[in-house]
Design a protein around this ligand. Structure first.
Ligand code: PLP
Length: 407
């Protein structure tokens, strides 16, 4: 019989050194997480906090995933991802934006844009390199750069410019150490999109200063009021220096499948693949089958969900403005980013008090960068009736806070 050492035989010997690397220590935990930890302990909360579709993945896409399992497709795929899927991705990019990629060498299937972004930065950044990032920005951008040993150079954008970065602002942030510009439009958290002219001018700067461009276009299909998405890689001079990232999470409601892609020149894709190969091997096989179905037959679903988001956006943004939470109509994604300054509260106070007093969860704008202060992010990818109820609660809350402020 094997004798087990009792706990008392092996006294605990805590590490005397800091087990956590300095790089990871330096990055604060996401400002969003604290709220979700609180929300999870509460009942009847209307959550406008999480940035994901409330739709389940369309049935035909789910079925493609389950059929792939039933057919026994349970092994690894090529490290690059299944060629059939890479062909579809390249075909879709060509069809939508007129930019062509060789599926054999220029497309990498990843576990979401999250992984694509991490690979893009790690494959191209050396310690000390600076990456220009307009903020407010998606919470992962700056930490990803820091984890790769780079330095994020945050560029503030403002309400007055609709939070759309200008080439002039980017130009002012370029230093001899700048290696890349990270663009994420349509934007999380602001919903802002940048005009074709401005993006063209930003690419011109990248060419002039020989910079890379990482372009996170995960919300490219979610644009409203006839806005035409500009694919950065399709702009003159961009393709050779751009890592284009796109995904399935938002437009096809596939967040849990963990599937996305990067498209870039072969040398860069090869370098990203090296990290991907050693870190992940390949994106989930079942999700790759589902993604093929999404591209082949998912367009009516994309359009149906988009139409519903547009309906909710109108209700919600009009409602916010009516309450006096001024909110320009965002061109893309599914976020409203209203100003809450009229309440006299900080973004943190607003989010916390709204949660406890009215059970509506939103995210303080400051979680996305200093320029987000005075704003909160509200995700309207939530049922219409819940948005109506959220507006009632918001109005009550705002009226109360304004009255308290004037006393
Ligand atoms: N990029 C942006 C701007 C996002 O908002 C998100 C998710 O919220 C992601 C990337 C992550 O996407 P994925 O699910 O494809 O990893």
């Amino acid at each position: 019989m094997i004798e087990r050492a009792s706990q008392t035989d092996t006294p605990a010997t805590p590490l005397r050194r800091d087990p956590i690397s300095k790089r990871v220590r330096a990055v604060p935990a996401s400002g969003i997480r604290r709220f979700f930890d609180i929300i999870n302990t509460m009942r009847d909360v209307i959550s406008l906090g999480v940035g994901e579709p409330d739709f389940v993945t369309p049935l035909r896409i789910r079925q493609a995933g389950t059929l792939s399992l039933e057919a026994g497709h349970t092994a690894y795929t090529s490290n690059f991802g299944m060629l059939e899927l890479r062909r579809r991705i390249a075909g879709q990019l060509e069809q939508l934006y007129g930019v062509s990629y060789d599926p054999a060498t220029e497309v990498l299937v990843t576990a979401g844009v999250s992984e694509a972004l991490d690979l893009a930065v790690r494959a191209t950044i050396d310690p000390g390199d600076e990456v220009i990032v307009p903020e407010p920005s998606y919470v992962s951008y700056a930490p990803c750069i820091v984890f790769a040993g780079g330095t994020p150079a945050m560029v503030p954008t403002h309400e007055q410019q609709g939070f759309a970065v200008s080439a002039r602002q980017i130009a002012a942030a370029i230093t001899p150490r700048t290696k890349a510009i990270l663009l994420g439009y349509p934007n999380n958290p602001t919903g802002a999109a940048v005009s074709r002219e401005e993006l063209t001018a930003i690419v011109r700067l990248a060419v002039e200063h020989d910079l890379l461009v990482y372009s996170d276009e995960i919300y490219s299909r979610l644009v409203y009021d006839g806005w035409q998405h500009t694919c950065v890689a399709a702009l003159p001079g961009a393709r050779e220096r751009t890592i284009l990232m796109g995904g399935f999470s938002k437009s096809y409601a596939m967040t849990g499948w963990r599937i996305g892609y990067a498209a870039a020149p072969p040398e860069i894709v090869e370098a990203m693949m090296k990290i991907h190969q050693y870190g992940l091997l390949c994106a989930p096989t079942m999700a790759q089958y589902a993604a093929i179905e999404a591209i082949d037959h998912g367009e009516p679903d994309v359009q149906a969900m988009l139409a519903e988001y547009a309906r909710r956006r109108k209700l919600f943004v009009d409602g916010l403005n009516h309450i006096g939470l001024s909110c320009p109509r965002p061109q893309g994604a599914f976020y409203a980013f209203p100003s809450i300054k009229s309440t006299g509260l900080t973004a943190d106070e607003f989010a916390e008090q709204l949660l406890f007093e009215e059970k509506v969860a939103v995210v303080p704008g400051s979680a996305f960068g200093p320029s987000g202060e005075g704003h909160v992010r509200m995700c309207y990818a939530t049922a219409y009736e819940k948005l109506e109820e959220a507006l009632v609660r918001l109005e009550r809350f705002v009226t109360k806070k304004r009255a308290a402020k004037t006393q």
